[in-house]
Design a binder for this molecule. Sequence first.
Ligand code: MN
Length: 430
Amino acid sequence: MTQRIDKALIAEQNAKLEGYVKQDYEALGNQLARQGINIDDITAKAELFQIAVPSWGTGTGGTRFARFPGIGEPRNIWEKLEDSAVINDLSQCTERVSPHFPWDKVDDFTELKGFSDELSLKWDSINSNTFQDQAGQEHSFKYGSLSNTSQESRDLAIAHNLECIEWGQALGSKTLTVWVGDGSNHPGQQHFQHAFERYLDSMKKIYAGLPKDWELHIEHKMFEPAFYSTIIQDWGSNILAAMELGPQAKSLVDLGHHAPNVNIEMIVSRLIQFKKLGGFHFNDSKYGDDDLDSGSLHPYQQFLIFNELVDAEYRNQEGFGPNYMLDQSHNVTDPIESLMNSAASVQRSYVAALLVDRPALTEYQTNNDALMASNTLKKAFTTDVSPILAMARLRKGGAIDPIATYRASGYRQAVAEKRPNSGGNGSGIV
Ligand SMILES: [Mn+2]
């Protein structure tokens, strides 16, 4: 039987906090009213906010050195969906799950769709995997996939992406996200232009197989697994590829895939301007692609990104509607707890960005009042919107305090009995 968190337990836990939430909500409502903001309008938008959970995020992650699996880890897509349903039941903003193939491949996709329907979950972007060889694979991806010098390897990578689209159609998805690890480790190993030409040629074949109502998202990454050059290394190569392919191709921004100190919010603005912002993979980092929990280190950066996104929403920017997804690796926490925390962190950035006084900001910008422009953003960022987030969850039937309710449920211990440890602890990053 599917393990769920009892609605009665959620209600019981909420009952302990509801009085305080209402008081805090009223106080914040008064504060916002003085700024001409109706708190219920903001809460209504918070209730509509959705961010997808990556299927692979429900398992414990790892590093290149080791992985320390937690108890009761999901062993397949069915169990990953069970955990995802728990996250959404409590958080009420993660109704979509993003699968990774062939890791999540099943024999019967109709059955899988039926199961996700039962759990009230939907499917987000489909992720293909051509950065590793599958058992018995005839033509290797060791020297790249879509840009490999071997036509046979390239054809295999193209075919895999086309089957991902087919599986995604069975699940009701509308997006394919392509990230490849193709690149080189030695200067001179690869001819930059010819490799990029091969990549574009392969991507054109995938694009040609895209249904009319689908989007193809291209994810760039500065380095790793290739450490000298990577085929889609930065947003420049990314948008060039997206422009070359056509209007259904867009760029995806993974926060951890840039050089340190890069101004990601400005990249976001550029992509919005040219109708090429496809979506996000949210996470945080200090050194490189750390895949730490979203907003755990740079909450202001996350807010500044949402400032651009809300600005585009406010201006009704044409062609704007990116997908939001978490993409992080949980090495020392319970993945369910990290994903709930991170979803709320991203939602917090969105809600805070809604509080920015945009007419005032425009005026400060026009008059070159740098200090007041900056203070306008800071004022929104430093407003504690926790009561809005709690109220949004409460009104949708979620938990006021998702972590406390999850811990009180004993879910992890219950699934640990049903999911004995497979003993796999050396697989590194998953
Ligand atoms: Mn990513």
